[in-house]
Design a protein around this ligand. Structure first.
Ligand code: SF4
Length: 386
């Protein structure tokens, strides 16, 4: 069993609220390391007041731990704060807003619309971002959700047309709150104020200018959380260049690998070529995932891949790309929760959940390719072993 050292002395100062916090920390995937006599006494006192079976937490924790934790200073400010102070963040926002003019160059589709005049292209979003929801998300990876949640801002609209979209109501059907830069900044600050560990922009590819426009306001308001860019990887080179030094954690979802599959299921034959080029660039910008001493993501790359029924060759190609081009130390979340959604009733071959044997084979492929940092909670949920 590996254990991460927590600041128990500080947390076990007799304050029951803090003690509950530590219990949740252990439960959420961090080991409990009791260092000082004072802290041990604190654990005992707390256990008498409100008995907790720490051995059970430890067992759960050992199954969830990242096998190669790397620690950095937990109080270091994200690089975007310095970019703001130097004026560079504001300059990036100005350049990003120019991409909204006709043709829109925010993503590789290059729609012939002027979004500055609120015209809409394939993503159906004009001058302002549309936010479907913002909330502390407890379903994300342990290193993002921690114990207070990942501060998720879920954008409506999308620049892909996946027939199996798992968020069909939000991505295909535009809905939510049209947000000004001020409102978007206030959402970030609300999520920080309630204790979220990061700001997690979900489906941000088509609203990079709006995010960059809001960020200086949020930084002025005190935003200091790491920024997570949770993307399909169908981004433009311009967007990624503008996000260099702004994004702390890139989290691309690499969907499929062959031109035939991406044409049929995503509506874009060149998706994989574009996405893989982008993920290489993301890896160049942030490198391997780095956690702080609490086990929370501070910087780096998390690659997600959803295992789909009957498409194990695609999974293997995606994993091979990650292992060979990004490296075996890349953090990979191989997700097994695919369910028929969106328009898959018209695609009979993927109109079912993946079978257990398919999920097992996907994880075996990852092992055979030498990938060392597989998300263990996903593995446990998909195939029952971590
Ligand atoms: S961001 Fe939207 S409007 Fe712009 S090119 Fe992409 S799909 Fe078209």
């Amino acid at each position: 069993m590996r254990e991460l050292r927590l600041s128990v002395k500080q947390s076990f100062n007799g304050d029951t609220e803090h003690l509950v916090g530590v219990g949740q920390l252990a439960f959420s995937g961090l080991g409990l390391f009791v260092e000082s006599d004072e802290a041990k006494k604190g654990v005992q006192t707390f256990a008498e007041k409100r008995p907790l079976d720490f051995s059970a937490y430890r067992a759960r924790a050992s199954a969830c731990l990242d096998p190669i934790p790397r620690y950095i200073d937990p109080v270091a400010k994200p690089p975007y704060v310095s970019l703001h102070r130097s004026g560079e963040l504001g300059r990036r926002a100005t350049r990003a807003l120019e991409l909204l003019g006709s043709p829109c160059r925010v993503c590789p589709r290059l729609c012939s619309v002027d979004r500055l005049s609120d015209e809409r292209g394939l993503c159906r979003i004009g001058r302002r971002a549309m936010v479907a929801s913002h909330f502390p998300h407890f379903g994300e990876e342990n290193c993002l959700r921690g114990w207070k949640g990942s501060g998720t801002i879920f954008f409506s609209g999308c620049n892909l047309r996946c027939v199996f979209c798992q968020n069909f109501d939000v991505s295909w059907k535009v809905q939510g709150e049209e947000a000004s830069a001020e409102r978007l900044a206030s959402m970030m600050l609300e999520l920080q104020a309630i204790g979220c560990h990061n700001i997690n922009f979900v489906t941000p590819e088509h609203v990079v200018p709006q995010i960059l426009e809001a960020l200086p306001l949020a930084v002025e308001g005190g935003l200091r959380l790491p920024i997570v860019y949770n993307t399909s990887a169908y981004d433009s080179p311009d967007s990624l260049e503008l996000m260099d030094g702004v994004v702390d954690v890139f989290m691309p979802d690499l969907k499929l690998a062959s031109p035939e599959a991406t044409r049929r299921y995503l509506g874009k034959r060149e998706y994989a070529e574009v996405a893989m080029r982008n993920v290489r660039e993301m890896n160049r910008q942030v490198g391997e995932l780095v956690l702080d001493e609490r086990g929370l993501a501070r910087r780096g790359l998390i690659v997600r891949h959803l295992v789909m029924p009957g498409l194990l060759d695609e999974t293997e190609e995606v994993l091979r790309f990650v292992a060979e081009e990004l490296g075996p130390g890349t953090y990979v979340n191989l997700m097994g929760q695919y369910y028929p959604a969106g328009k898959v009733e018209r695609y009979e071959e993927i109109n079912r959940r993946p079978e257990l044997a398919e999920l097992q084979r996907a994880f075996e492929s990852a092992d055979e390719l030498g990938l060392k940092r597989l998300d263990q909670r996903s593995r446990q949920a998909a195939v029952g072993v971590g």
